[in-house]
Each structure stands twice: as structure tokens, then as C-alpha cells.
Ligand binder design. Structure first.
Ligand code: 4NP
Length: 179
């Protein structure tokens, strides 16, 4: 049979359309405590809500201090206590991240300042936020404090606020993208 220029559709009309994954990148200083935790928690919640295929989720650090290292054992232990396994190798934030990700989410004001600095230099389309802007219990303090030099309670507190804020962030993104 001859079809001329009429495209033959053997599959559904949408099959050739690549669905854009919504990119979410979490950023802290070392990329071994707060941001790999936020990455793991956010991915867990996204999968819980059946949206895994709609997202690209990652984390990075503003510094080069711990490149290639896994998450801090204290972060891993607190996450494991709550049934969450973290897998990530630390990497440094770079110019392509601001083009590749729709949302770049900073843990504290210092991280945000560094990301803004990079954005002024190289541009990019990412929207920047502080993670705790989405934590309903944050009050005036919108920072996830750096737990690195503190005790175990710091890691538990960080986990609590990251989990609340990640739920808020996903609700925000679902609303913004009609997901
Ligand atoms: P993170 O924590 O930024 O949450 O990964 C830190 C990890 C390492 C250092 C500081 C913060 N450091 O100074 O090496």
C-alpha cells in the first residue's frame, strides 16, 4: 500500500514526543551531608507519588572539598534509621547545571549566594530557591544549617526539616506544572 507523504502511525501519536523531565538539583557546600540527603528524600517522595519518570533529580556542592566521596556516614546512618538508602558521589556545581535543571535548590544563604554568582557569570534558565522556603515550619529561618561540625542531633534535625521542605517543594512543583 502507498502512503505518499502521510506519516504512518504505528504507535500512539505521542510516542515520538520526548516528555521533558523536570530537573531538580539540590546544592550545599560539600555535597556530602545536606544536598545528597535532600536528593534521596525528594526522590523517595517523588517515587511514592508515582512521578519517578517525570523527574531528573541530582545534587552538587559549591565547593570541591569532597569530590568523589559518598555521603557523610552520619547522614547515611540517620537516613538508614528512617529506612532511606543514600547513593551519591559528591561533585561540584558547574555552569551546565544552570541550564540542565529547572530548579536549583540551595540549603543555605551562602550556597544561594554562590549559585547566584555563577548565574550572573554564565546565565542559565534554572529558577533558584532556598529549600526551606517550602518548609511549613520554617518561620523566619529559611536555612538548613550545616551539620558537619556538630553532633548527631544536628543530623536528625536536618533530616526532619529536609523531609518537610521536600514535601512542600514537590507540592509546589506539582502545582506549577499541573502534575
Ligand atoms: P554539606 O556539609 O555542605 O551539607 O555537605 C559540609 C560538608 C563538608 C564541609 C562543610 C559542610 N567541609 O567544610 O568540609
Amino acid at each position: 500500500m502507498h502512503h505518499g507523504n502521510v506519516p504512518v502511525r504505528t504507535k500512539g501519536a505521542m510516542d515520538d514526543v520526548a516528555v521533558h523531565r523536570i530537573g531538580v538539583l539540590f546544592v550545599c557546600l560539600g555535597n556530602i551531608c545536606r544536598s545528597p540527603l535532600a536528593e534521596g528524600v525528594f526522590r523517595f517522595i517523588v517515587e511514592e507519588e508515582g512521578l519517578g519518570s517525570r523527574f531528573l533529580i541530582d545534587s552538587a556542592g559549591t565547593s570541591d572539598y569532597h569530590i568523589g566521596e559518598g555521603p557523610d556516614p552520619r547522614t547515611v546512618q540517620e537516613a538508614a534509621r528512617r529506612g532511606l538508602r543514600l547513593e551519591h558521589a559528591a561533585r561540584q556545581l558547574g555552569p551546565p547545571d544552570l541550564e540542565r535543571f529547572d530548579y536549583v535548590i540551595a540549603m543555605d544563604a551562602s550556597n544561594l549566594g554562590r549559585i547566584e554568582q555563577l548565574a550572573r557569570r554564565v546565565g542559565g534558565r534554572a529558577v533558584l530557591h532556598l529549600l526551606r522556603a517550602f518548609d511549613p515550619l520554617a518561620g523566619d529561618d529559611l536555612e538548613v544549617p550545616d551539620p558537619y561540625f556538630g553532633g548527631p542531633q544536628g543530623f536528625a534535625d536536618v533530616h526532619d526539616m529536609v523531609e518537610r521542605a521536600c514535601r512542600g517543594l514537590l507540592a509546589h512543583i506539582r502545582e506549577a506544572h499541573a502534575l
